[in-house]
Design a protein around this ligand. Structure first.
Ligand code: GLS
Length: 838
């Protein structure tokens, strides 16, 4: 660092970042002319986006620097959030709003000849995630910064994020998402590089004191290079860090000898193999495929992150026993579970601690969040694969398991079966490492993400562990969403209206302030404004639908939206069967009867994992049904079926504010929480849903009268499935008619849908579509009726929004901080805060 006498100069010339419109414009022009080497004669919208982003980035990075210095100086406990997915979406709009300078930027851009909306739309989404799990991590980063917690995110810098979805002839086609062409939001740290080892062998030896030691040797080395993304808090100068690792060959050079001897391909092979590690995000949600490259990704990311965390801790020169007082690491699902083993290895093999001492540190450091009970999503890795890739880690896992099973045996000496049930190693062919069990054993707290889900994990998949560790180790932290992005950014007019009635933008920091809205639930003028905003949002979505699908929809119709990953358990198939049922009903009506119907637009969106054939079939059916219904003159505006291509975060910001009703209709007990349910209600839409995940708590908060619940309960699912398999399974008569129509070929080649229909008719109907179909349709009829009474409908929406305070991710992060991490916020110094609304 710079010697004391010279620091004055540094302080004098410290970068500050703009505050005024004039300074913003200066920065934009400077970046256009110098950074981009362009001028006013060839500055298009892309260049203006780049320059505006760089101006904001400069501002953020000065705050980032100050925040990091303060955190280092304060020397308190930090949180590290390890997630293989961060579904960030766009950064510019978010940065402008969080630092309170969007109006300044708008005026500045206008003065320079641009519309701010066009500039915002230039940005490519940072789509480093699949769905809810990755977006939750992004909301958490926003809350951690906004609440001034000293926290870092750690993830992978995928060269390709989640694929872009195109719909061709009704089928999903995947196109690679190369998003790094120009990314002003990251800072490469070419000086922060970590060597990561793979393969090799373990050498046992005795040290000079005669202690048995192990050393992991040989194999190959790949380099991890850090890229930092600044995360601005809302209305605070605190700016946290998201560190993403990128892989690079250790030598960094290709092999000249091979090149010169004409072996061009293998001359670059090493380099390419190394770079493959961080090349692509695995596009599966709630599904584990057990691929070696995925395990490599996991270790690469975990080892680099832990190296970084340990290095930071060692600088403080504290005793190792203080590590858990300085460091809290949260495992976002089981993907980073290897961190448990890696920290034990570092303490044991590299730092020379004894096993018990090391293990006590490790197990106090980690917390594990479970995000699913679906068996196909629970990670397991084959022991032979582990043995080859991470031989020392496998030994440590066996040792962890040995001590764990010994403790279980001491506690339950008469129960032989429990050992096989809870063993971290599954005795199958080949043997498998059960990552969730390892995560539980290696953490001091395990949490689910909604009350029902947290109860279910305690009574089903982790039941034995509750007996072993006691109930206190297991807890619930119901998910939340950030109101900054999901209200203020996505729905600026509604945010403004709420601000006008609740005394400013304070509700964005304390969402319970929304309560103040309840007194306007019957206020004529307020309701009128509310309804106008909803209508305007629907007009905007209708335009998007027209421009992307060519279909004209009526913005006065009821907008019924289901956007999320396509999955059988989320039951988009039930929704589209419901649309067919509605279609058949309309067709059978007289013109007079039709006049009484409420027009509806059923909107779907979401990606199917590329290898998930049934999910792709559902997309195909939705598109084919739309193609038939949308051009049927008997139907007209009464029903339109739309599939929106390439659902992502930035599209969600247009779609969610435009809903009247949204569908969260998973088979009870399968959706751990869901978070879009919260986003839709916060934007003044109602829900049709099952008693599943966070729907239950939403109901508790907003009241039963304001939600349309239907279907079987989680506690009944097992019996129903049993009855399907061993008793008789009679198909719901309305569903039978729907199937008849599909089989007739009304929606294209019936053969294409035979597996989808067969899964319900002949193969046990695992997701209980038939069981819930009747109550689903009945409830949809109630929705139609309720929507006709617009006055009451709007009141319901206002009351619901007023009662949504609980679902802020700020509440959620405060719960984690208090009950799991034991960390305190570190507020910026006075004068560092920008001030709300500026
Ligand atoms: C998920 C669950 O499926 C969602 O219900 C949950 O809201 C989300 C965040 O906790 O995590 N688990 C998963 O593997 N993908 C998800 O979206």
């Amino acid at each position: 660092s710079i010697p004391e006498p010279q620091r004055e100069a540094w302080k004098k010339f410290a970068a500050k970042g703009f505050r005024t419109q004039e300074d913003f414009e200066k920065e934009v022009v400077r970046h256009v002319e110098t950074t981009l080497a362009r001028s006013m004669f060839n500055c298009d919208e892309t260049a203006a986006y780049a320059a505006a982003s760089l101006a904001f980035r400069d501002r953020l990075i000065t705050q980032w620097n100050r925040t990091q210095q303060r955190q280092t100086f304060a020397d308190g406990k930090r949180v590290y959030y390890l997630s293989l997915e961060f579904l960030m979406g766009r950064a510019l709009d978010n940065a402008m709003l969080n630092v309170g300078l969007k109006d300044v930027a708008k005026a500045g851009l206008q003065d320079l000849g641009f519309r701010i909306e066009d500039i915002i739309n230039q940005e490519h989404d940072a789509a480093l995630g699949n769905g809810g799990l990755g977006r939750l991590a992004a909301c958490f980063l926003d809350s951690l910064a906004s609440l001034n917690y000293p926290a870092w995110g750690y993830g992978l810098r995928y060269r390709y994020g989640i694929f872009k979805q195109e719909i061709v002839d009704g089928y999903q086609v995947e196109v690679p998402d190369y998003w790094l062409d120009f990314n002003p939001w990251e800072f490469p740290r070419h000086d922060v590089v970590v060597d990561i080892q793979f393969y090799g062998h373990v050498r046992k030896f005795q040290d000079t004191q005669g202690k048995q030691c192990s050393s992991w040797e040989g194999g190959e080395i790949v380099k991890a290079v850090a890229y930092d993304v600044p995360i601005p808090g809302f209305d605070t100068a605190a700016t946290n860090n998201l560190r993403l690792w990128s892989s690079k060959a250790a030598s960094g050079e290709f092999d000249f000898q091979k090149f010169n001897s004409g072996d061009y391909e293998s001359s670059v092979a090493d380099q390419q193999r190394a770079e493959t590690i961080s090349a692509v995000l695995y596009p599966n949600d709630n599904l584990d495929r057990g691929k070696e490259l995925r395990l490599k990704q996991q270790y690469f990311w975990v080892a680099a992150s832990l190296y970084d965390i340990v290095r930071r801790f060692k600088k403080s020169k504290r005793a190792w026993s203080e590590f858990p007082d300085q460091v809290a690491i949260q495992l976002n699902d089981t993907h980073p579970t290897l961190a448990v083993v890696e920290l034990q290895r570092i303490l044991l093999d590299l730092e020379g601690l004894e096993w018990d001492e090391a293990w006590s540190i490790v197990s106090k450091t980690f917390g594990y969040t479970n995000h699913t009970v679906l068996p196909e999503a629970l990670e397991k890795w084959s022991v032979p694969l582990f043995q080859n890739l991470l031989p020392r880690h496998l030994q440590i896992i066996y040792e962890i398991n040995l001590y764990f099973l010994q403790s279980v045996e001491r506690k339950f000496p008469k129960d032989r079966d429990i050992l096989a049930r809870v063993s971290i190693i599954e005795e199958s062919q080949p043997k498998m490492v059960r990552m969730a069990f390892l995560a539980i054993v290696g953490s001091h707290k395990v949490n689910g993400v909604a009350e029902l889900h947290s109860d279910l994990i305690k009574t089903t998949i982790f039941k034995d562990f509750v007996k072993i560790f006691g109930p206190d180790k297991f807890t619930n932290v119901t998910n939340g969403i950030t109101p900054r992005r999901w209200l203020h950014q996505a729905n600026p007019r509604l945010s403004e209206l709420i601000a006008s009635k609740t005394g400013g933008l304070g509700f964005l920091k304390d969402l319970n302030i929304l309560n103040d809205l309840e007194k306007y639930a019957d206020d004529k003028e307020f309701k009128k404004e509310w309804a106008e905003i909803k209508y305007a949002n629907k007009v905007q979505l209708a335009k998007h639908i027209k421009s992307t699908t060519g279909v004209t929809v009526n913005p006065s119709a009821l907008f019924d939206i289901q956007v999320k990953r396509i999955h059988e358990y989320k039951r988009q198939q039930m929704n589209i069967f419901g649309c067919i049922h509605r279609y058949l009903t309309i067709k059978s009506m007289t013109p007079e009867e039709r006049k009484k119907l409420a027009p509806r637009v059923s909107i779907f969106g979401g990606k199917a994992a590329p290898g998930y054939w049934m999910a792709k079939t559902i997309i195909h059916l939705i598109n084919n049904v739309g193609a038939v219904i949308n051009k049927d003159p008997d139907v007209g505006d009464l029903l339109k079926v739309i599939f929106l291509e390439d659902y992502n975060v930035s599209k969600a910001e247009i779609i969610i504010p435009a809903s009247d009703i949204s569908e969260h209709i998973s088979t009870a007990g399968t959706e751990a929480s869901g978070t879009s349910n919260m986003k839709f209600v916060l934007n003044g839409g109602l829900i049709i849903g099952t008693c599943d995940g966070a729907n239950i708590e939403i109901t508790r908060e907003i009241g039963e009268n304001n939600i349309f619940l239907f279907g079987n309960l989680a506690e009944d699912v097992e019996d129903l499935r049993h009855a399907h398999n061993y008793g008789s399974h009679t198909l719901d008569p309305d569903l039978a008619k729907v199937f008849e129509e599909i089989k007739k070929g009304t929606f294209g080649d019936a053969g294409a849908f035979s597996a989808l229909v067969g899964a319900i008719e002949d193969h046990g109907d695992y997701y209980l579509v038939s069981d819930d179909f009747h109550s689903y349709n009945q409830t949809q009829t109630l929705v139609d009726e309720a929507y006709k009474n617009q006055d009451e409908w709007v009141s319901k929406c206002i009351i619901s929004v007023a009662r949504m305070g609980f679902f802020s991710s700020d509440r959620c992060i405060n719960e984690y901080a208090e009950s799991i991490w034991n960390v305190e916020p570190l507020a910026p110094e006075k004068g560092e805060t920008d001030g709300l609304g500026k």
